[in-house]
Design a protein around this ligand. Structure first.
Ligand SMILES: *[C@@H]1O[C@H](CO)[C@@H](O)[C@H](O)[C@H]1NC(C)=O
Length: 620
């Protein structure tokens, strides 16, 4: 047990040990200027005050109501990858001037006056725990934290724009101590290996001095105008950390032992259960097949029971074969995208300093796997004896991606309405659509054509002319109840990970536990497959031959739990309509996507299973 843990931990370490080759270190000489870039201002959860409202959308650093200092020549947008734009990065240059090895103390940056309404706006956001996200040499500016359980220090990226004191009054941080950690590689060659910012709130009088004045922080009055002067200091500190491991302090895993432990425990249970289940299933099936093939010689015995009875109907095409085949194809497309993204990340091919590379990769893989999705969709549609192949070919690349895009646009309206920087600009929307039409649709058409060309697997038993009556089924064999039962198991596999994914989605945390994720994902696939197979086997034994939609819905049962989990376990109070719409909406879309993914796993697994077992029995 312990050694297994160690091996797993080692693999995880190994995956973290090497970074993307494309990211080369930047060498600096003494006096070289190091640009400080400012990213969007993001929300966070305020752990001290549970009554504080949480907002789920970010703002531009340059949003005028904040009055933060801007570059003298006006803010200039930095180029970003498609994925990082989609995921909300808005990076601009800043007026802060950093020169390698040149300490500066108390530089005045700018002064501004906050009106009543702007003060109220900033105070609201201080209470909501909004955070700055600065970037220096690709590293996020962080605060140094202590993990009390393991007594280790780590860097928590971002820092708050202000703080709330004991009397519940918000104060704005207007002075920043920037501490740049450098590593000396050789004579006059330095590299940045860590950035810490300690923000302070200092009410500057007529003479600007940056000595901390605990008793006199900046308070933005909501009754009158308040003038604020922004200052900063820069310190360069030598560090033994080498460039290659500079991210380690940022990628801090809270209590990794417990996480691995629960995961390994869970996976042992899953593996044990699946071995037992498949053993029972295989034995029962063998018995069944043997019995059926013996009985077949003796025509008089009709009182036989079980799945053999429905052999004449089991390959009867389901209702709505078009929709089912398109959904299964789209689910497979999502599955392949998720698996391969995880795979890339697992082998360290996605460095955290390559901002947005994960999102870009996901988007491109999704577009490329459209071909496989359409192929499957066409193949299954043909298997269902569908004839309207043109509609199938059009629906495959449009139905699910189109629905996702429609959701995306809908949420975007709310973001625009809330003045959030998260709203994706029209140009990016245009690029997404363009990529879709140039990469995905042609590939997907090729996939469809290949799918239709391909010889469909031969059905082992002929379909009877007259459909068989389905006997009354017990309550627990209803599709909806079965989906409810089945969903719990795969959900158990990913429940731990959902928390972290949601956190990184909403609060701009770096997600890096791809080892865990990959492992959980595989467990989820296995459990979905097994549970769906088992339940479908039961319904076939109860002479219910309609397995096609059922297996899809039973597999998709996990989505109910993902959605409920997101709604019930959100430990924060949402502020404003936009936050509520975004939270519920995104939870809904995510659970739909997971449902689609697991539904297609369920369907494809059962399809193979049904083809296999019915080819084993002899029928005249
Ligand atoms: C800059 O400040 C840091 C921290 O106070 C100090 O350790 C370092 O020696 C200073 N560097 C120079 C070049 O003065």
């Amino acid at each position: 047990m312990k050694s297994l843990l160690l091996v797993l931990a080692f693999c995880f370490e190994l995956a973290n040990a090497f970074y993307l080759p494309g990211v080369a270190p930047t060498p600096y000489k003494k006096g070289d200027s190091i640009p400080l870039l400012v990213n969007h201002i993001t929300p966070s959860i305020n752990p001290e005050d549970s009554s504080a409202k949480t907002y789920l959308y970010s703002y531009d650093y340059n949003f005028p109501r904040f009055h933060f200092c801007q570059h003298p020549d006006g803010p200039e947008k930095q180029s970003e990858s498609l994925g990082s734009v989609i995921f909300g990065d808005r990076i601009f240059n800043s007026p802060y001037e950093l020169k390698m090895l040149e300490n500066k103390t108390c530089i005045t940056l700018c002064s501004d006056i906050y009106s009543k309404s702007d003060a109220a706006f900033v105070n609201r956001n201080i209470r909501a725990g909004f955070k700055h996200n600065w970037l220096i040499d690709g590293l996020p500016a962080a605060r140094r934290m202590l993990d009390e359980q393991t007594q280790t220090t780590f860097y928590n990226s971002g820092f708050h724009i202000g703080f709330v004191d004991d009397e519940n009054t918000p104060h704005l941080y207007n002075h920043h101590d920037i501490i740049v950690e450098y590593h000396k590689r050789k004579e006059d060659e330095y590299r940045v290996v860590g950035v810490i910012v300690n923000p302070k709130s200092i009410n500057q009088g007529s003479d600007v001095s940056c000595a901390p004045q605990e008793e006199n922080p900046v308070t933005l009055s909501q009754e009158g105008e308040t003038g604020v002067t922004f200052t900063y200091s820069v310190y360069f500190v030598e560090s033994p950390t080498v460039w290659a491991t500079r991210w380690d302090k940022y990628l801090h895993v809270y209590d990794p032992k417990i996480q691995w432990f629960s995961l390994v425990n869970f996976s042992i249970i899953v593996v044990a259960l699946s071995i037992i289940m498949s053993h029972i299933l295989i034995r029962t099936l063998k018995n069944d097949i043997q019995k059926y093939n013996e009985i077949n010689l003796d025509d008089d015995v009709i009182d036989e029971m079980g799945w053999k009875l429905v052999y004449g109907d089991v390959f009867r095409p389901p209702k709505n074969p078009m929709l089912l085949s398109v959904l299964v194809g789209s689910g497979l497309q999502l599955l392949l995208m998720a698996l391969s993204t995880c795979g890339f990340a697992l082998f360290g091919l996605l460095s955290p300093s390559n901002r947005g590379s994960l999102a870009t990769l996901m988007f491109i893989l999704y577009a490329v796997f459209g071909s496989v999705g359409s192929f499957t969709s066409a193949y299954i549609y043909k298997f269902f004896q569908g004839e309207d192949w043109k509609t199938n070919m059009i629906l495959s690349p449009f139905l699910v991606p189109g629905a996702l895009f429609a959701f995306f646009i809908f949420f975007n309206f709310f973001l625009i309405f809330a003045n959030s920087s998260g709203a994706v600009p029209i140009g990016t929307m245009f690029v997404i659509v363009l990529v879709w039409f140039i990469i995905s649709i042609p590939l997907s058409c090729v996939g469809s054509l290949l799918g239709f060309r391909r010889q469909v697997v031969k059905v082992p038993v002929k379909v009877n002319q007259i459909p068989r009556q389905i006997p009354k089924q017990s309550w627990y064999l209803k599709t909806s109840n079965m989906a409810l039962i089945a969903g719990i198991f795969p959900f158990g596999a990913i429940a731990i990970e959902m928390y972290f994914i949601f956190n990184s989605l909403w609060f701009n945390r770096i997600y890096y536990m791809f080892g865990f994720l990959f492992f959980c994902f595989v467990l989820m696939i296995i459990t979905t497959l097994l549970v769906t197979l088992l339940l479908t086997y039961y319904t076939l034994c109860n002479e219910n031959y309609k397995w096609q939609w059922r297996s899809f819905f039973v597999g998709a049962g996990i989505s109910i739990y993902v959605f409920l989990h997101a709604l019930i376990l959100s430990k924060f109070r949402l502020g404003g309509l936009t936050s509520v719409v975004l939270y519920v909406g995104y939870s809904f879309v995510i659970s739909l996507v997971i449902g689609l993914l697991c539904g297609s796993i369920g369907f494809l697994g059962v399809m193979v299973f049904v083809l296999r077992i019915y080819s084993q029995i002899k029928v005249d």
